[in-house]
Design a protein around this ligand. Structure first.
Ligand code: GRG
Length: 332
């Protein structure tokens, strides 16, 4: 007896990337500071700016937003005591928003605008004795934060402020018998966290620690008949997993293990033909998070209208090259 699959049906349209609409969607995002959705997302504003700026740069349209305004905003969000950066003025610093801020400044080629020594001290202060990282002073541990730590430190060229061997051992202790990774030891494998752990190993030159055959098999099983990818078994497909899964497969040299054609069709069906932007699934409301990860995945699939994206950092490849950072990928 066949098991029913949790999936969606997708429309055949649109078949093309609605390039100009997406540029307008991102460029106008946040113009109305009283917009309900904009107000409700204040707690993740710094990442929202990273998603928008990166999306625009992938479309060769970086000049559509005000660089000086963004850089001034980031400077106001660096905490003079801890050195960490917050999502928004008046909020507590967190490693997630510190990474987003560093990524934006790398895209703008102006890391010197903030105190990177203080950022190094902040990241180092969050490392625990077992090698894991807190996200902030409140003490949540998650492999997302291990990724953020090494991504930040490699971009600011201060990897030596942490105990790298312990950091690697902690991430490897989160590897499950299915080849995947969870948020902490013995936690369920999840595509988002697999991306974080594979990205972590790519930055720290430890990809040989992976069981690539097993992990890539688990990842390609995320593709559903609709062509979309889910984040774990039995879940619905979502455009953001096009990024988390595809980037991980790309780093492992196994992008061809899924059907690119079907995935592309799924992603294109999640575009909003009126407003621009991508949603999680066909017919839903678009948002800036899914818009970046839709564009990022299309770039990994080789869309010629987009700049090449780096699979480890989700930043334009030319920026990673300019920063002289060399995350590893496996070539088969
Ligand atoms: C620089 C690209 C970049 C990322 C920074 C924070 C981070 C590192 C990565 C996050 C990875 C992650 C955990 C992604 C998953 C996000 C998501 C949509 C989670 C939803 O989880 P559930 O359980 O959804 O609500 P499912 O799909 O499992 O039902």
């Amino acid at each position: 007896m066949a098991f029913p699959t949790n999936d969606v049906s997708i429309s055949d349209e649109p078949k093309e990337l609605l390039f100009d609409k997406h540029v307008e969607y991102i460029a106008n995002h946040g113009n109305d500071k009283n917009d309900y959705e904009y107000c409700m997302t204040e707690f993740l504003r710094m990442s929202g700016i990273y998603w928008g700026v990166t999306g625009l740069d992938l479309m060769y349209q970086l000049d559509r937003v005000n660089r000086q305004e963004i850089v001034d905003f980031i400077k106001k969000c660096q905490c003079p005591t801890s050195g960490g950066i917050s999502a928004c003025e008046g909020h507590d610093p967190h490693i997630l928003y510190t990474l987003s801020a560093v990524q934006i400044l790398c895209i703008y080629d102006c890391l010197e605008e903030i105190d990177t020594d203080a950022i190094g001290r902040y990241v180092s202060s969050l490392q625990q004795l077992d090698g894991s990282f807190f996200g902030d002073k409140w003490g949540e541990v998650d492999t997302r934060f291990s990724f953020c730590a090494v991504a930040i430190l490699s971009l600011i060229n201060k990897m030596d402020v942490i105990d790298l061997e312990k950091a690697v051992n902690f991430v490897m202790s989160c590897c499950n018998s299915d080849g995947g990774f969870g948020s902490k030891p013995n936690a369920e494998s999840h595509a988002g966290l697999i991306y974080c752990c594979v990205g972590f190993l790519s930055i720290t030159d430890q990809l040989h620690r992976l069981d690539c055959e097993k992990l890539a098999w688990w990842l390609c099983e995320r593709q559903l008949p609709s062509g979309g990818l889910n984040g774990r078994p039995e879940k619905l497909p979502d455009v953001c997993y096009s990024w988390w899964v595809l980037a991980s497969l790309t780093i492992m040299g196994r992008l061809h293990w899924i059907s690119a054609e079907k995935l592309q069709k799924f992603i294109l069906s999640c575009q909003d033909v009126e407003t621009g932007g991508f949603s999680d699934r066909t017919g839903n409301m678009p948002d800036i998070f899914h818009t970046l990860f839709g564009l990022g995945a299309l770039s990994l699939l080789g869309d010629k209208r987009l700049r090449k994206v780096n699979p480890t950092f989700c930043m334009p490849q030319y920026v990673i090259d300019r920063c002289n950072v060399k995350p590893k990928i496996i070539t088969l």
